[in-house]
Write a protein that binds this ligand. Structure first.
Ligand code: NAD
Ligand code: TDX
Length: 332
């Protein structure tokens, strides 16, 4: 691959992916990002100017895609509205970006014959019981719970239909919860880290027993690059690093790592429809494509992430108050 178009490359995982590609390949990257509240150009600082082109624009802008697609070898599609709590407050932007946006990307890929990798989430499968030994596989039926996850499920189904009906050269990946640098402070781990750094108490939804399967964003990026290079067109790959933890455990770890008592957090109003547990079986990606995660020690990865937020207050401080004000209005 010599030139990649990365949609949503100024967001959390998109920017981590761009850094990963620059560090590990000789590709040129063009980022297409509309810079919503979740996009931040500062997340792409430090990348040599001759390796990166930034285009501010919307993925629903078909004429813009017609200009960009002929200039690249492949498109990696991260752009999305990504936060469940926002989707409960106002679902409309999720339909526009996740459904209509992905449709617009697919039609451009079809017109230009461009290789496409579509980024999705394990939330399309719904949730698992806490005591269920099962994990999600590529064959688990779709059963999304929230406006966010249902629009991601819809986008995946569009990709599958465009592969089968129109021969679009696409692959799909569904990844578990990511953590790492450059994640917006609306999300669980950065919200709690930055609360503690500011002398405020972490906020746990409900009893805190919900389980998430954590993976470092850099491992997500290496998996996506592997699928882009070796994945079979039309196939879906699940990405996960066996990182199941309940929310209470994660908050306690953040508190103790920052020298606070493990119980110095508040329980707040639970999320409506809150998925209980996610867990990924990534056997296919490991055995068929030979991918392995590097961050297998969650505690060490979390400690490094805490350090990053401590060292980069200038990156997150400008949006912290507004984010907390939105949560406070909902009793969270
Ligand atoms: P994010 O919210 O941090 O970033 C999204 C980016 O997309 C932002 O830069 C935003 O400006 C851009 N964007 C939004 N709407 C756009 C539009 N209409 N046109 C152009 N750009 C637009 O999201 P994230 O957490 O980095 O997630 C990236 C992708 O990974 C999403 O598709 C998400 O569903 C998927 N995913 C996320 C996780 C996770 O744990 N965060 C896990 C699995 C999959
Ligand atoms: O303040 C909080 N307190 C809390 O207990 C927040 C913000 C969250 N939570 C809980 C809810 C979840 O059980 O923490 C868990 C993680 O919450 P989020 O960070 O909002 O992530 P989640 O809803 O699991 O979705 C994430 O992973 C899958 C991403 O936001 C999605 O984009 C991705 O698809």
């Amino acid at each position: 691959m010599s030139t990649l178009l990365v949609t949503g490359g100024a967001g959390f995982i998109g920017s981590n992916f761009v850094h990963h590609v620059i560090a590990n390949t000789d590709s040129h990257v063009t980022v297409l990002d509309s810079l919503t509240y979740a996009g931040n150009l500062a997340s792409l600082e430090g990348i040599p100017a001759d390796r990166l082109t930034f285009v501010q624009g919307d993925i629903t802008d078909a004429p813009l895609l017609d200009e960009l697609f002929p200039t690249v070898d492949a498109v990696v599609h991260f752009a999305a509205e990504s936060h469940n709590d926002n989707s409960l407050d106002d679902p409309r932007p999720f339909l526009d970006t996740n459904i209509v946006g992905t449709y617009t990307i697919l039609e451009a890929a079809r017109r230009h014959g461009t290789r496409l990798h579509h980024i999705s989430t394990d939330e399309v499968y719904g949730d698992l019981e806490l005591d269920d030994p099962a994990k999600f596989t590529e064959n688990t039926p779709y059963n999304p719970s929230s406006p966010y996850s249902s629009t991601k499920a819809g986008s995946d189904l569009l990709v599958r239909a465009w592969v089968r009906s129109f021969g679009v050269q696409a692959t799909i990946s569904n990844c578990s919860n990511n953590y790492g640098p450059f994640q917006h402070v609306e999300k669980f781990i950065p919200r709690q880290i930055t609360n503690v750094l500011r002398g405020e108490r972490p906020k746990l939804y409900g009893a805190g027993e919900n389980v998430r399967d954590w993976i470092h964003a850099d491992d997500h990026s290496s998996a996506v690059l592997t699928i882009l290079e070796r994945g079979v067109i039309g196939e879906t790959y699940l990405i996960g690093a066996d990182g199941e933890k309940n929310n209470k455990e994660v908050v306690e770890l953040i508190l103790t790592t920052l020298g606070q008592p493990a119980d110095a957090y508040d329980h707040v109003v639970d999320r409506p429809g809150h998925d209980l547990r996610y867990a990924i079986d990534s056997t296919r990606l490991r055995t068929e494509l030979g991918w392995e995660p590097r961050y297998v020690d969650f505690e060490a990865g979390l400690a490094a992430t805490i350090e990053w937020y401590r060292d980069n207050e200038a990156w997150w401080a400008p949006v912290k108050d507004a984010t907390e004000a939105r949560y406070a209005a909902q009793g969270q």
